[in-house]
Design a protein around this ligand. Structure first.
Ligand code: XMP
Length: 318
């Protein structure tokens, strides 16, 4: 039977009411479709007993905090913004292993949630976990592809109880629920963005300098791809972003030798993120992106386009 979002909503709200009862819950909101839909459903079930928190990790995209705050306000959700960027960068210093990075991020998120939970006397944590998150984190006896911060990144001694109403859904089904809930297109169709944010797009050690470079490159990649898809030069990818390889190569700027970082453009077609094919872009689109990146970001000397499907790659770099 095809997935029916109306039926899903009707069945899920009473289940949440039963699970949380008269207790309070805190929702970790990233501004993405999953955490927003989960929060709207829980908000409908328990009303004022839900506290929504957006953690500014310092790893977000350009103006993300302000954008998320505004978009969610329009959807009727008020969020508390908690700035924890110094702590995230401190804990990530010197860490290069992707799984270690993800686990540290998971732990840091929970520390922020637990601090607020204590202040607000909250006992449940609402997360927008969906099927691929726990499947790829090794759920159901599968191999761990990557520990999604909201699943395998959770500390074992976590005191908060979990409420995850979207656990059995795929991304396209979450989008159907979002549309059924009447959320605007800016939310329901927003391209996926991982919880660990730009940390999984900076390969290896995460530093404020590298995050800033990938943040600037992301703005260019997003702008150019959106423009090209509006002009019908390309089909709009399912997900598109910039990532950074911490490798420096030699180049020339003006008449001088340069030694600069490498940016990778990633753009994929997918239905649910479980498999993906790289988007086939005409060279002129790629050239525009590459030229802007090297002109506008002086620390970048080379730009590559990732022509790998998933499998064998994953969508994100780590
Ligand atoms: P991968 O890289 O595993 O990504 O092929 C599949 C989809 O999941 C997103 N992703 C995440 N989302 N927490 C999330 O909320 C995470 O830790 C995480 N890691 C990857 C990724 O952006 C893609 O859409």
């Amino acid at each position: 039977m095809p997935f029916n979002p109306k039926k899903f909503i009707e069945e899920t709200i009473p289940k949440i009411k039963e699970q949380i009862g008269k207790e309070k819950a805190i929702a970790g909101i990233s501004g993405g479709v999953d955490s927003t839909v989960a929060s709207v459903l829980v908000g409908k079930a328990i009303g004022k007993n839900l506290v929504c928190v957006f953690v500014d990790t310092g790893l977000m995209r350009e103006n993300e905090t302000e954008k998320v705050e505004k978009t969610l306000k329009r959807a009727g959700i008020n969020i508390k913004v908690e700035n924890a960027s110094d702590k995230f960068f401190k804990e990530l210093k010197g860490i290069t292993n992707p799984e270690e990075k993800r686990k540290i991020i998971g732990k840091e998120f929970i520390e922020v949630f637990q601090k607020i939970a204590k202040e607000e006397k909250v006992s449940f944590l609402v997360q927008g976990t969906i099927g691929p998150d726990w499947i790829e984190s090794g759920g159901g006896g599968r191999d761990t592809i990557k520990s999604h911060h909201n699943v395998a990144g959770l500390p074992l001694d976590m005191k908060l109880k979990l409420c995850e109403p979207l656990r059995d859904l795929y991304k396209h089904e979450v989008r159907m629920v979002a549309r059924e809930l009447g959320l605007k297109e800016e939310l329901s169709e927003r391209q996926p963005f991982p919880g660990p944010a730009l940390a999984v797009r900076v390969v290896g050690e995460v530093t404020p300098e590298k995050v800033e470079i990938v943040r600037k490159a992301s703005v260019i990649v997003e702008e150019e791809i959106e423009k090209a898809s509006e002009k019908k030069e390309i089909e709009k990818p399912w997900q598109y972003f910039a990532a950074m390889f911490p490798i420096k190569t030699v180049g020339v700027r003006g008449d001088e030798r340069a030694y600069q970082y490498t940016i990778v453009i990633r753009a994929v077609r997918s239905l649910d993120g479980m498999t993906a094919n790289f988007s086939h872009f005409p060279p002129k689109v790629l050239e525009r992106i590459s030229t802007r990146i090297t002109n506008e970001i002086k620390e970048v000397g080379r730009v590559f386009y990732d022509i790998t499907n998933k499998p064998p790659a994953t969508i994100e770099m780590e």
